[in-house]
Design a protein around this ligand. Structure first.
Ligand SMILES: [Zn+2]
Ligand SMILES: [Zn+2]
Length: 116
């Protein structure tokens, strides 16, 4: 079965239900609750994923960004995901600031985070 077929299977649907029971349904990076995807941190256990370790919720935008990060940094998907989460979660220096203050301080907000 291909990965895409797997994502349409009843088995995967049940997996997602189990995940929804265990986790808050929000993006682990930006906390958005709409347009959520389930991201595989590893493809090693496809079909018998460990819900506690292998799967996380990401919104569409953060999800795309994570996969881009994997490509750009030539890391394993696991390493890249871990690193990306740390990077994005710790440093949001614009939080709580007005647009004027952000400009004054010369803070650059990654494009895809606008509007989140
Ligand atoms: Zn993914
Ligand atoms: Zn997000």
């Amino acid at each position: 079965m291909s990965y895409n077929d797997y994502l349409k299977s009843p088995h995967w649907k049940n997996k997602k239900k189990d995940l929804a029971l265990k986790r808050a349904k929000k993006c682990i990076i930006c906390c958005q609750v709409n347009n959520l995807d389930v991201h595989h941190k590893t493809y090693k256990r496809i079909g018998s994923e460990d819900i506690n370790k292998d799967l996380i919720y990401l919104c569409r935008r953060c999800h795309k960004a994570v996969h881009q990060f994997v490509k750009d940094n030539k890391l394993s998907i696991w390493q890249a995901t871990e690193r990306f989460i740390k990077l994005k979660k710790i440093k949001r220096p614009w939080e709580g600031l007005s647009v004027g203050q952000i400009k004054k301080r010369g803070i650059v907000i990654p494009m895809y985070l606008y509007g989140i």
